[in-house]
Design a binder for this molecule. Structure first.
Ligand code: DGJ
Length: 731
């Protein structure tokens, strides 16, 4: 059993293969967090807790005068608020009498031999033989009728522990939940760094590493989505941790809306890290019998560096978060019309593109923005999900038939959550948009946001999407979302429960996606929010691939895909070969390099095939062969970051599950005269087996390759790339 309970139901150990997470409900009923780290035998580690009389850190009544017992100093699972723990809390309550206090004590526990679900939200699920286990600990508020159920999931082999929180109002008087974070990690000892993934539109998820001190470190989003600016995933690690050594912990939120992730040392040098829905612009009213569910945090632990941590996340997200037919089915190589035509297309143009695509071995044409309503630029038409047959020169069904007739699949772009003021939908239902009466709304891309918390809005969208997808025989949907959300005011709640709207918006999006996928289980959904503005574990529950960034420049993509790879599997990263000069940066890179970079994600093209040379067309055919040849190795193998972007070159490697085959890709990112050698390390081979390297034909033992590495004798020129393989041989 991965979960063990001892000492009269008060000591809880969650064991994975390499880690142990321990809690103890002490004599005061406080749920202590006693340990998270390398696997132990489950011994009671409350002895690690050092207690002392700390001035200005008070004592709860149950401590019976013991001045060494203070909530302000103890490591806890559900830190109280307003009753003596002055550090960041997990949960805040506002009671009907106006008081603000949340003081939870242990009530009981249950264990289930399967994974728990989170109401209305994504969560890791059991997969055939591989099931998780669940521990539920119930905590009771001392002076009100609020109760909290803490859910802990354990995926033993995968080294993953999850946590989610349910708050219940078991009484008659109303309670306002002013804050409800999903997870708190308290570390009593040690120095830690916090790694966050920050960025901006077209430049997402660059790792930033900072020492955790007493000054609070915090990242988050108040944009209604998980955002380009900060990702809802962070790493805590020892200062000396590298790719291959040292302890590290991952915190990854399965949620696509506002979030916070913060870490801080307290007065005694203890580190507290928290993650969950951002408490700003949040409040949730719980009437009698109501409950609130906070999203799941996926915790990972590695005692040997970031590579292993990432591999654990890749596996768990691929196998227990992504769902549906395309979880394992090979993804079609696609051609997306966006950077090929933008808004300027008609049936002839699209069919001509599809014919060329089919001839080159591409398997799907995706018609991006511009096929509906009045939509020749991005100022109008959103919400009017009716095919613009005049622009197209026929129906979408006819176009679909032509495309299918060429042996291609047919994909279509939608942006369901948005509305243009210049649209029939907005003219008919202005109250369906989020906007504050009496204020001019803030416009993003000249569009407003629909109130996805409303069922009537979702019903309309579901009806339109289903009708179009069914009629035109659509095989793939790109679900886009192109602005940040503000002006929070739902006409449905007439403003009185606006603190709930950001969260209800996310629940509404999940609900619509779930309904859509239930109706069309074979559709491949690709998530997108101006590229990677909603690249999070929650979205992977619905869309096994997400357009990684609107930046298709191969060199910028090295950074973006590098940062994304710390948590998210390569199979989830939408990555396309596009034209040069690149539309976002103006940079010119070789076609081959663009292919190698796109190959390390869910592969496709996004350029006008009429404009590429015969030589490049031949390369497309070769690249598609490579994509098929390396498909499982790249998308299911173990991934290693070898050389980070920012140096002379960037390199990474894949090793298959049996460790018989490895593949390295290296891109030169700067050039110099009289170049110095390029030397790479090799990782993940079996030390006692022999491997032949495609670069120099030599066969050495895995041990030798991993110790000595490889020198490239022809140093690639700027932006050139090389692809090197190692095959296991008898020698
Ligand atoms: C933003 C997306 O990321 C692009 O790929 C494209 O679909 C545009 N939106 C279309 O408006």
């Amino acid at each position: 059993m991965a979960i063990s309970v001892e000492e009269n139901g008060r000591l809880f150990n969650l064991h994975t293969e390499d880690s142990t997470y321990q809690m103890y409900a002490d004599e005061c009923g406080v749920l202590l967090h006693t340990y998270y780290g390398k696997r132990t035998e489950g011994e009671n580690l409350t002895g690690l807790i050092y207690q002392a009389d700390v001035g200005f850190s008070g004592n709860p009544e149950e401590a019976a005068g013991n001045r060494e017992y203070s909530l302000d100093c103890l490591p806890q699972e559900l830190p109280s608020d307003g009753v003596g723990d002055y550090r960041e809390s997990c949960i805040s309550l506002l009671h009907e009498d106006g008081s603000m206090a949340a003081d939870f004590r242990f009530e009981g526990y249950e264990i289930f031999p399967y994974s728990y679900k989170v109401e209305g939200m994504p969560a890791l699920y059991d997969n055939g033989e591989e099931t998780g286990e669940t521990l539920v600990i119930t905590m009771r508020e001392k002076a009100s009728n609020a109760a909290v159920r803490l859910f802990y999931g354990v995926f033993e082999k995968e080294n993953i522990i999850t946590r989610a929180v349910r708050v219940e109002n078991r009484g008659k008087s109303g309670i306002v939940l002013a804050k409800c974070l999903s997870c708190c990690l308290d570390y009593q000892f040690g120095e830690y760094d916090l790694i966050t993934f920050a960025g901006r539109h077209v430049m997402e998820r660059t790792p930033e590493r900072s020492r955790i001190r007493r000054t609070k470190l915090e990242v988050g989003s108040l944009r209604g989505t998980s955002s380009h600016q900060y990702n809802p995933s962070v790493i805590l690690c020892a200062p000396e941790t590298t790719e291959d050594s040292g302890e590290c912990y991952g915190m990854c939120l399965a949620y696509s809306g506002n979030f916070t992730a913060c870490a801080q040392k307290d007065q005694r040098g203890q580190t507290r890290a928290l993650m969950g829905i951002h408490p700003e612009k949040f409040s949730f009213r719980l009437g009698e019998g109501d409950a609130f569910d906070a999203p799941q945090v996926i915790l990972g632990y590695s005692d040997s560096g970031f590579a292993k941590l990432s591999q654990q996340y890749h596996k768990i997200l691929r196998e227990h978060m992504c769902r549906g037919k395309y979880q394992y089915t090979k993804r079609p190589v696609l051609l997306n019309s966006w950077e090929a035509t933008y808004f300027d297309f008609n049936k002839e143009k699209l069919v001509a593109l599809a014919e060329l695509a089919a001839d080159l071995g591409i398997e799907m044409l995706v018609l991006d923005d511009g096929w509906f309503g009045k939509r020749d630029d991005d100022n109008s038409g959103l919400g009017d999900w009716y095919v613009n047959e005049k622009k197209l020169g026929g129906s979408l069904k006819e176009l679909g038939e032509r495309i299918h007739g060429l042996g291609l699949k047919f994909g279509l772009w939608f942006e369901p959550e948005m509305v243009s003021e210049d649209s029939d939908l907005y003219r008919a239902h202005p109250d369906w948009a989020l906007q504050i009466p009496g204020r001019e709304p803030n416009r993003g891309r000249n569009q407003l946001v629909l109130d996805m918390s409303r069922e009537d809005v979702r019903d309309y969208l579901y009806g339109r999407l289903a009708d179009i997808v069914e009629n035109a025989g659509i095989d793939y949907v790109k679900w886009d979302m192109n602005r940040s959300i503000c002006d929070i005011y739902s006409h449905q709640y007439a403003g009185s429960r606006n603190g709930e709207v950001y969260h209800r918006f996310v629940l509404g999006v999940y609900d619509l996606m779930e309904r859509f996928l239930n109706r069309f289980p074979d559709i491949l959904l690709e998530g997108c929010s101006g590229g990677g503005g909603r690249f999070d574990a929650g979205m992977l529950y619905y869309s096994p691939q997400i357009w990684c960034s609107d930046n298709t420049d191969a060199v910028n993509r090295l950074e973006i895909q590098y940062g994304t790879s710390f948590f998210y599997p390569l199979s989830s990263m939408g990555s396309h070969v596009s034209a040069v000069p690149n539309h976002q940066t103006g940079r010119v890179t070789p076609f081959r390099t663009r292919g190698h970079v796109a190959l390390s994600g869910s592969f496709g093209y996004e350029l006008d095939l009429n404009k590429i040379s015969e030589e490049e067309k031949a390369m497309v055919r070769e690249q598609i062969k490579d994509f098929r040849r390396y498909d499982s190795l790249i998308r299911e193998g173990d991934y290693y970051r070898l050389a980070a972007p920012g140096g002379r070159f960037c390199a990474w490697e894949f090793v298959d599950g049996k460790k018989e085959h490895a593949l390295q890709i290296l891109v030169m990112t700067s050039a110099e005269g009289n170049p110095l050698p390029v030397h790479t390390v090799v990782k993940g081979l079996l030390p006692d087996k022999n491997y032949r390297c495609s670069e120099n034909g030599r066969a050495y033992s895995g041990k030798t390759w991993m110790g000595a590495g490889l020198t490239l004798h022809a140093v690639p020129k700027e932006y050139e790339s090389v692809l090197i393989e190692w095959e296991m041989v008898d020698r």
